[in-house]
Design a protein around this ligand. Structure first.
Ligand SMILES: *[C@@H]1O[C@H](CO)[C@@H](O)[C@H](O)[C@H]1NC(C)=O
Ligand SMILES: *[C@@H]1O[C@H](CO)[C@@H](O)[C@H](O)[C@H]1NC(C)=O
Ligand SMILES: *[C@@H]1O[C@H](CO)[C@@H](O)[C@H](O)[C@H]1NC(C)=O
Ligand SMILES: *[C@@H]1O[C@H](CO)[C@@H](O)[C@H](O)[C@H]1NC(C)=O
Ligand SMILES: *[C@@H]1O[C@H](CO)[C@@H](O)[C@H](O)[C@H]1NC(C)=O
Ligand SMILES: *[C@@H]1O[C@H](CO)[C@@H](O)[C@H](O)[C@H]1NC(C)=O
Length: 482
C-alpha cells in the first residue's frame, strides 16, 4: 500500500488490480488466497434501459464522471460486485472498468440488450438466433475480457418466464451459452464463466436449472452447460425469515449444485422502505453452503422504485435514499473477514445429473436436449474472432475525487467524496472505506429542499424520509468521520 501510494505520487503507474476470480466446483474462488468469494453486489444500470443509448454511444460504463461518483458510493456501501445489464461493445469502458477495479469491485456483464437483434427473444427464439446476434455477444466478451475485474457473463436474463417460453426457449438458450463458452475458450486468456440469470418463477425454476445444468451426453467438455447459475428472486419481502420467504426451498432445490449459484437480483420492495433482513441470512450458515451471495436490485431509482440512490434528471448530482442507509447497516452487522475467509472444503463437488427428460417435472416445459447447431456464419466468427475486434485495458486514473454533488438522505452534502484506490488484490468490503467521505463537518445546504420536494412528488414519499431513516443517514456520516 505504501509502495502503491509512492508510485501514485510519482504519477507513474496504473492502480493496482483485483485478482481475477475462478470457478472451482460450486464456488467462486480467489486463487491467490484459496478462499471462497461471496458476491456482495448491486445491479447497476443508471437510467434503466435508457442508460444504454446506442445512437449516442452511451452505456452505464461509458462516463467516468458518473462511474467515479457511483464507485465512491458503492465502496462506502461495501459492495464487491456490480451487474450491468446493457453495454455497448463499441464504446470505450477503460476508465469506468479501471475505476471499479481500483475500488475493489468485480463486474458481471449481460451480453444482451433489449434492442432488436441484440438478444434472444422469448417469443419464437429461433427467429432471433442468427450470426449477427451472436457476433454482438462475442463483441461484449472481447470488450471486457482483458479487465481483471470481469467476473462473469450472463448469456441471458429471464428469457424463460412461464411454461410457454419454457416450451420453446431452453434449447436455444443453452445453445447461446454453448456458443459464448466456445468463443471464450478460444479467445480469452483466462476462463471467464458464462451462465444464465433466471426468473424466480418457482413453478419452473428447477426445470430451468436442470435444463441448463445437466451434463449432455456427447457434449465434449460440457460446453453447453452453464458455468454458473443465477436467479432474480423476490420471495423475501419485509421482515421475513428463511422459511416464510421460501429460501429453504431454494436451498433444498439447489443442494448438490456443481456450479456457483447466486442471486442475480434480490430485494422485494413491498413493503417499502425495505428492511433488508435477508442480508444476514444470505451470508449466513443456512445459505452459504449452496449460495455464493447476491446482488441487490438496484443502484439507481427508476420508475419501479427499487433505488438506493436517486440521480438528478438535470445534472450528474445524486442523493442517497433511505434504502441505501438500511442496506449499509445490514452489511455492517456482518463479519466479512469471516464470510470471505471460508475455504471451499475438500470434498469434491457433486457431478451434474446426465440430461434426461426425467429431470423435467412440469408438463409442457421443454425436455428435448437436442440443441440447434450454430446458425450459418457463427462458427466462422467463433473460429476467427469478431472483426473489427473491440478491446479494453486498464488505464491510469489521475484524480479519484468525485466532482459532482452527492447528498445524504437528509439533503446535507457529502464532502470529500472520492474513490479510495485499494492495494493489489484487495477486494472491497463493508468497512474498507472509513476515511474518504464526510469528515463530520457536513455542509448543511440551503437547497436541502430536495428532501421536501421529493416528499411532495414521490408516490411513496412518506416512506422515503422517515425520521429514523434520516437519523440513519446522520449515523453514516458520523461513522465515516471516525
Ligand atoms: C461484429 O461486431 C463488431 C464489433 O461490435 C462490429 O463492428 C461488426 O460490424 C459486427 N459484424 C457483424 C457481421 O455483425
Ligand atoms: C461433463 O460432466 C460430466 C458430469 O459431471 C462429467 O462426468 C464429465 O467428466 C464432464 N466432461 C468433461 C469433458 O468435463
Ligand atoms: C471476525 O471474524 C474473524 C475471523 O473469524 C475473527 O478473527 C474476528 O474476531 C471477528 N471479528 C469480530 C468483530 O467478531
Ligand atoms: C427434439 O428436437 C429435435 C430438434 O428440434 C427434433 O429433431 C427431434 O425430433 C425432437 N425429439 C423429440 C423426441 O421430440
Ligand atoms: C473537513 O472537511 C472540510 C471541508 O472539506 C475541511 O474544511 C476541514 O478542514 C475538514 N476537517 C478535518 C478535521 O479534516
Ligand atoms: C428522485 O428525484 C426526483 C427529482 O429528480 C423526484 O421527482 C423523485 O421523487 C425522487 N425519488 C425519490 C424516491 O426520492
Amino acid at each position: 500500500m505504501l509502495l502503491h501510494s509512492a508510485l501514485l505520487a510519482l504519477g507513474a503507474t496504473l492502480a493496482a488490480a483485483v485478482q481475477p476470480l475462478e470457478v472451482k466446483d460450486q464456488y467462486f474462488v480467489n486463487p491467490k488466497t484459496g478462499n471462497r468469494f461471496q458476491i456482495v453486489g448491486v445491479a447497476y444500470q443508471p437510467g434503466g434501459s435508457a442508460g444504454y443509448d446506442k445512437a449516442k454511444g452511451r452505456d452505464p460504463l461509458s462516463d467516468p464522471t458518473i462511474c467515479l461518483r457511483d464507485a465512491a458510493l458503492l465502496q462506502m456501501l461495501g459492495v464487491n460486485t456490480i451487474r450491468v445489464y446493457n453495454v455497448n461493445p463499441d464504446v470505450n469502458h477503460d476508465e469506468c472498468a479501471s475505476i471499479f477495479n481500483a475500488a475493489g469491485m468485480y463486474m458481471i456483464l449481460d451480453v444482451n440488450s433489449p434492442l432488436v437483434g441484440e438478444s434472444l427473444t422469448s417469443d419464437k427464439p429461433w427467429e432471433s438466433y442468427y450470426a449477427a446476434y451472436l457476433n454482438r455477444t462475442f463483441a461484449v466478451v472481447e470488450a471486457f475480457k482483458n479487465y481483471p475485474n470481469t467476473l462473469a457473463f450472463f448469456s441471458g436474463n429471464e428469457v424463460i418466464n412461464n411454461v410457454e417460453t419454457g416450451a420453446t426457449v431452453p434449447p436455444y438458450m443453452r445453445a447461446v451459452t454453448r456458443d459464448i463458452k466456445n468463443y471464450v475458450k478460444k479467445h480469452t486468456s483466462r476462463p471467464i464463466p458464462v451462465g444464465y440469470s433466471a426468473a424466480d418463477v418457482r413453478s419452473i425454476l428447477f426445470d430451468t436449472y436442470h435444463y441448463f445444468q445437466c451434463a449432455l451426453e456427447g457434449d465434449d467438455d460440457n460446453m453447453s452447460m452453464g458455468d454458473i447459475f443465477a436467479l432474480n428472486s423476490y420471495s423475501w419481502c419485509g421482515d421475513s425469515n428463511f422459511h416464510e420467504a421460501s429460501y429453504d426451498q431454494l436451498v433444498s432445490g439447489f443442494t448438490g449444485n456443481s456450479v456457483p449459484i447466486f442471486f442475480s437480483e434480490y430485494g422485494c420492495n413491498t413493503p417499502s422502505p425495505r428492511v433488508f433482513t435477508e442480508v444476514p441470512t444470505i451470508y449466513g450458515p443456512q445459505m452459504t453452503g449452496v449460495f455464493s451471495g447476491g446482488l441487490v436490485y438496484e443502484y439507481t431509482e427508476e420508475p419501479n422504485n427499487y433505488g438506493l440512490v436517486n440521480m438528478s434528471s438535470t445534472d450528474d448530482s445524486a442523493i442517497l435514499l433511505g434504502d441505501f442507509v438500511t442496506l449499509h447497516k445490514q452489511y455492517a452487522k456482518l463479519n466479512f473477514t469471516e464470510i470471505q475467509g471460508q475455504k471451499p472444503g475438500s470434498s469434491s463437488a457433486s457431478k451434474p445429473p446426465v440430461c434426461s427428460s426425467k429431470l423435467i417435472t412440469t408438463a409442457g416445459f421443454n425436455n428435448n436436449f437436442t440443441l440447434p447447431s450454430p446458425p450459418p456464419g457463427a462458427q466462422d466468427i467463433i473460429d476467427h474472432g469478431v472483426k473489427p475486434t473491440p478491446s479494453g485495458k486498464l488505464v491510469d486514473i489521475k484524480d479519484w475525487t468525485v466532482k459532482v454533488t452527492v447528498k445524504n438522505v437528509d439533503g446535507s452534502v457529502i464532502t470529500n467524496l472520492a474513490v479510495k484506490p485499494l492495494g493489489d488484490d484487495d477486494i472491497n468490503h463493508p468497512g474498507t472505506v472509513t476515511d474518504v467521505t464526510d469528515n463530520g463537518t457536513s455542509t448543511g445546504t440551503s437547497t436541502a429542499a430536495a428532501a421536501t420536494t421529493s416528499e411532495d412528488a414521490a408516490p411513496r414519499s412518506a416512506a422515503v424520509v422517515l425520521p429514523a431513516v434520516a437519523m440513519g443517514a446522520l449515523a453514516v456520516v458520523a461513522g465515516y468521520a471516525i
